[in-house]
Design a protein around this ligand. Structure first.
Ligand code: ZN
Ligand code: ZN
Length: 444
């Protein structure tokens, strides 16, 4: 473990995917030698920290759960708010902070950008020393380790590349598909060239070193010209590749404990052999939009009337899931249509349930248009079962966010939309993607 010393405090750092991570636990020791973790937690619980972390992840992490992070931001203004590194990582899929188990217990590491922010919160003077020391170290590192590091990278490169090729060849063989290593065409050369049973030609390209998007498109164009289906497996995606595209089937691979996986973004990770198998059988196809499985979740939560104090219940619609496993929050999907919660079909379901034996403890007021003095117009709203006061949008939103973390949730039901709701019920998101629906049908 590499260490630097700043103001008599030893600070450990390490690398993760070429980025520098610095021990927040060590930095916190500058404030409290014996008990560093609570120091980290109290920083995490500040509005500024949550806001910064959210922005940082948004810029660097495509799998980041922005909604949860926004929820934390709102919560952070409240007194009872608690946030630990584990909770942050676990709920938002953050990569800027990570936990490592070391000899003396769990240590919290953060990307150097974030670590400097934290250090500044501890003490501006400390931050200045830390940044200066870290810069000095980096310059030295570049000078002395540059050559040997690139040699090491090359060596690792060759082995992963070969490993992936081997597995692709094996998967083709298992499927009874003819495949050839390092096949040479007119002006291209495929890592693995396969001939499907129906005559379709495939070229698998494994890329473990950097290759720009333009260069990749150039090479892909040659395959297209020769009527070959390309398939690009990158260890590190080209930097300008921020959306999935139909003209370039490009997927990220990674190795976990000797197993190689192909990632279909946050949707799923397939073992390489499964991926190759399904790709050759056309079970992975490009779709311009995400659709949802016809299933609605209704989540009931507590809501006390602001006027008379009566305990009421309201509800929200849980996340939808696409056939290929994207979680779609309904607010995201519904930005230009009626509020889903108040669709007649949904209200009918809720009423049915609330009058059934199972749901009879729910106390749900009328759902109708009410006039709001705050916004000076009428809108569809929840309201009190006793005094009929309107539950304003803002309070409903607040309660919903709290319920996402389990606060105040009392019950939930789930029902099949295809059977119960009109056929117009259809949500789509313009998210072009390589769809792998498994046992479901492809996104529409
Ligand atoms: Zn009331
Ligand atoms: Zn899909």
């Amino acid at each position: 473990m590499a260490k630097i010393i700043v103001k008599d405090t030893e600070i450990a750092f390490c690398k993760k995917e070429q980025e520098d991570y610095i021990s927040l636990t060590d930095i916190a020791k500058f404030r409290d030698m014996q008990n560093p973790l609570p120091v980290i937690n109290s920083w995490l619980q500040t509005y500024n920290a949550v806001e910064y972390l959210g922005l940082w992840e948004k810029l660097s992490n495509t799998n980041f759960n922005h909604y949860i992070s926004e929820g934390f931001k709102i919560e952070s203004t409240k007194l009872f708010f608690e946030l630990s590194p584990q909770k942050w990582i676990c709920e938002t899929n953050a990569i800027g902070i990570m936990m490592k188990t070391e000899r003396y217990g769990d240590v919290v590491y953060a990307h150097s950008d974030i670590a400097f922010k934290f250090a500044a919160w501890i003490s501006v003077e400390f931050e200045l020393y830390l940044v200066a020391e870290f810069k000095r170290l980096k310059t030295e590192e570049h000078k002395s380790f540059g050559r040997s590091a690139s040699k090491r990278a090359e060596k690792k490169d060759i082995s992963l590349h070969d490993q992936v090729k081997k597995q692709i060849l094996l998967a083709c063989k298992m499927l009874g598909v003819q495949a050839q290593n390092e096949y040479r065409g007119t002006d291209w050369r495929a890592d693995v060239f396969a001939l499907g049973s129906n005559g379709t030609k495939y070229a698998f390209e494994v890329q473990t070193s950097q290759q720009s998007l333009n260069r990749t498109l150039e090479r892909q164009a040659k395959y297209q010209r020769d009527g070959i289906v390309g398939c690009w497996l990158f260890e590190k995606e080209p930097s300008r590749m921020n959306v999935e595209r139909e003209d370039l089937p490009l997927f990220k691979i990674k190795e976990v404990d000797g197993q190689i996986y192909v990632s279909l973004k946050e949707r799923k990770e397939l073992p390489l052999d499964v991926f190759v198998n399904d790709y050759l059988q056309d079970k992975i196809q490009f779709r311009p939009t995400l659709s949802i499985l016809p299933k609605v979740d209704i989540v009931f939560m507590e809501m006390d009337c602001w006027k008379c104090g009566t305990k009421n219940h309201i509800y929200y619609i849980g996340d939808f899931v696409s056939p290929c496993n994207t979680k779609i929050h309904h607010q995201e999907a519904m930005w230009n249509s009626d509020k889903l919660v108040f669709r007649p079909e949904i209200i009918r379901k809720v009423r049915e349930y609330a009058s059934s034996e199972k749901g009879n403890t729910l106390n749900i007021g009328q759902i109708k248009e009410r006039y709001s003095k705050t916004t000076e117009h009428s809108y569809m709203s929840f309201g009190c079962s006793k005094c009929d006061s309107i539950f304003g949008d803002w309070f409903v939103h607040e309660a919903t966010i709290e319920a996402w973390y389990g606060g105040g949730v009392v019950d939930r039901i789930s029902f099949d939309v295809s059977r119960d709701v009109d056929p117009k019920f259809d949500l789509r998101l313009n998210v072009p993607h390589w769809c792998h629906p498994g046992e479901h049908e492809f996104c529409k």
